[in-house]
Design a protein. Structure first.
Length: 267
């Protein structure tokens, strides 16, 4: 039986549960295939915007939180939920603490090796989401339509034996304004890290998984679970890497996952 991959820290963001594009089954499979001391959910976990506009909450979305609760109960995992712009309804209860294992906050400082990382969703440096919400909601409608179109196109590509293709990521790569926006976003977050006496910054929001240096600052973005299906993980030796669901070598098989559940029930 294959055992879950063990990490010190796992960071996921931008699940957008409640929206059509959310890959809930995939992120549940990922979490079942891993274990960690600390799980950081860095914003846009629940898509309140889509739920308000008629999005639907499904059993597979609830299954995600069941897995998280199991990580707390079975493995003693510390869970930190950081608020994003799509789950800004959390502003009504922040800061929230439930025992020693679960909290909801706006940001967090993580010590990793000799470095300190400032962790925030990242929308504070997006002028559209922070100052022009009506425009952000309009953009969200267009993005949702693009994802629906993308789903139909990729069904055709799968039928033809072709790999997954992302319209929105292609647009981001080719449109100069989008490229400049991402670059400006990253640089501002690097400055935020320094302002908080940190050597690194960890964010989400722009759905662009990345690990790189910006000057003296280590910049890391956990990506998303709508298109890139990625997560940031820290080993017990303090090494960081990006994991992608497309690379299924780290995933438990359905048989292994069922065996794990049976063994836990015996204990």
């Amino acid at each position: 039986m294959k055992t879950p991959a063990q990490y010190k820290t796992i960071i996921i963001s931008d699940l957008h549960l409640g929206s059509e594009g959310a890959k809930a089954k995939e992120v549940v499979a990922f979490l079942k295939s891993t274990s960690c001391e600390t799980l950081i959910m860095n914003g846009d976990i629940i898509d309140g915007w889509q739920l308000k506009k008629g999005g639907s909450w499904k059993k597979k979305h609830t299954a995600f939180f069941r897995v998280v609760l199991k990580m707390i109960e079975e493995y003693g995992t510390k869970v930190i939920y950081l608020r994003g712009n799509h789950d800004d309804f959390l502003d009504q209860i922040i800061p929230f603490q439930l025992g020693k294992q679960f909290c909801i906050r706006k940001d967090y400082i993580l010590k990793s090796g000799k470095k300190q990382y400032f962790i925030t969703h990242g929308d504070i440096f997006d002028s559209v989401t922070s100052h022009m919400k009506w425009l952000a909601h309009l953009g969200d409608i267009g993005y949702t339509f693009l994802l629906s179109l993308n789903k139909l196109y990729n069904r055709y590509r799968a039928w033809r034996g072709m790999p997954y293709y992302s319209f929105s990521q292609k647009i981001k790569q080719q449109v100069k304004k989008a490229v400049n926006h991402v670059s400006d976003f990253e640089e501002k977050l690097a400055e935020l890290a320094l302002a908080n006496d940190c050597e690194g910054i960890i964010c989400g929001h722009i759905h662009k998984p990345e690990i790189k240096n910006i000057g003296e600052v280590t910049y890391m973005n956990s990506g998303d679970w709508v298109e890139s299906l990625s997560a940031l993980v820290e080993s017990h030796q303090g090494q960081w890497e990006l994991l992608f669901y497309a690379n299924e070598t780290f995933l438990l098989s359905e048989e292994d996952s069922n065996d794990l559940i049976l063994n836990e029930n015996k204990n």
